[in-house]
Design a protein around this ligand. Sequence first.
Ligand code: ATP
Ligand code: MG
Length: 171
Amino acid sequence: MRALYIGRFQPYHLGHQAVIEKIAEEVEEIVIVIGSAQDSHTPENPFTGGERMEMIYASLRECSLCHRCYVAPLQDVQRNSVWVSHLRSMVPRFDVAYSNNPLVVQLISEAGIAVRKPPMYQREVYSGTAIRRLMREGGDWERLVPRAVAEIIREMGGVERLVSVSKSDMP
Ligand code: ATP
Ligand code: MG
C-alpha cells in the first residue's frame, strides 16, 4: 500500500516528521508532495520547492525512511475543482491520502480516494506559522525542526531571507 502526504513544508518540522513515522507504521511507501512548490521568498512561503526537497530528504536519511519515500513538488492550479486530477498527473500513484487540511480532505474525498487523519503532535508548538514567527523574532526555532533542516536553513541564510522579505518599504 502506498500513501500520500501533502504539505507546504515551510519549513519541514518535527510535527511533519512524526506524521511520516506514523504513516510508515501503516503502509509500505509514502509519496510526500511539496505543495505550492512554485512559491518562495514570501513571509508565508520563504523556501523554494528545491530547498524544501533538500530538507525532507536530509531528514528522511536521518531516520532511515528514505528508501520508502518519494518526494514530489507540485505547483498550484488556481482551480480547486481540477486539483486532484492535476495532483494525480504529477505524482506516483497512491491508495490512500493522509491529511488534516480541510480543503485537501474535501477535494480528495470527493474524488473517491480514501482519506485518513493522522494524529496531531503538539500542534501549537510544531507548526510552520509558529516556527516562522520564532525565526523572525529571534526565538529558538531550531529545536522544532530535524537537526538536518536547521543546518540547511542556517547554511542558506534562511532566517535572514525570511526577515528581509517580511519587511515593508513604508516607514
Ligand atoms: P503552516 O502553519 O505554514 O500552514 P503547517 O505546520 O500547517 O504550516 P503544512 O506544510 O501546512 O505545515 O502541513 C502539512 C500537513 O501536516 C497538514 O495536513 C497539517 O495539518 C499537518 N501538520 C502540521 N503540523 C502538524 C503536527 N504538529 N502534527 C500533525 N500534523 C501536522
Ligand atoms: Mg498548514
